[in-house]
Ligand binder design. Structure first.
Ligand SMILES: O=C(O)c1ccccc1NCC(=O)[C@H](O)[C@H](O)COP(=O)(O)O
Length: 210
């Protein structure tokens, strides 16, 4: 079983789809100016409607540390996913506050990951661009990692067989015309869960943060 995160939920209808499909985690994007950015009010509503077995990840870029911590303290999110420089000081601050952190980075920087979880993604997150899997195969990280970047129901099985990620992460590949698509989400979750080897991820401090 490979775990799966469905990223970029924006509407209550998206929550209905994931509650049915049962991915391991979902992502809510707070990155300023991005198409999938949602407000705190929308995030609170989505979090309340989400099945409590599904982890709630907040996705951030240039956001203030105080904004990120407030979302954790209000139990809107349980895990922070940061797309930032490798040595961003917010990572150490969040970890010192016992907040589980996913650090997103291109494969070339993977050894510099200082966070709880490593996410391999391309330089334009959420754009649907596929990473260079052949190159990644020759420089696979030794620690468990999350794979993102242009995954779809069609290519996810090949990606898992080639790269053995502990979790796959998808935004564009489960959308049609910019909205989440129920059939694509169902297929993506089924295929990820049927494939690969289970590695525990996104488990640290979850009881405290539920
Ligand atoms: O999804 C976004 O719009 C986004 C914006 C800014 C920072 C991160 C963002 N998404 C992060 C994710 O976890 C996506 O699932 C990941 O980048 C894969 O996206 P895609 O290639 O579209 O499947």
């Amino acid at each position: 079983m490979t775990q799966i995160k469905i990223c970029g939920l924006m509407r209550p209808a998206d929550v209905v789809m994931v509650n049915r499909a049962q991915p391991d985690a979902i992502g809510m994007v707070f990155a300023p100016g991005r198409r999938r950015q949602i407000t705190v009010a929308t995030a609170r509503q989505l979090a309340q409607q989400l099945d409590s077995r599904i982890r709630r990840v907040g996705v951030f870029t240039t956001n203030q540390l105080s904004e990120i911590l407030a979302l954790v303290q209000q139990h809107i999110i349980q895990v922070v996913q940061l797309h930032a420089a490798v040595d961003d000081p917010r990572i150490a601050s969040l970890m010192a506050a016992h907040v589980p952190v996913i650090q997103a980075m291109p494969p070339a920087n993977a050894t510099q990951c200082q966070a709880d979880y490593l996410l391999l993604d391309n330089a334009r997150p959420g754009s649907g661009q596929v990473l260079d899997w052949n190159q990644l195969q020759s420089q696979r990280p030794i620690r468990p990692f999350i794979l993102a970047g242009g995954l779809t129901p069609t290519n996810v099985v090949t990606a898992i067989n080639k790269l053995h990620p502990a979790m796959v992460d998808v935004a564009s590949g489960v959308e049609t015309a910019g909205n989440k698509d129920r059939e694509k989400i169902d297929l993506m979750v089924q295929r990820a869960h049927q494939m690969g080897v289970s590695a525990p991820l996104l488990t640290r401090n979850m009881e405290e943060l539920a």
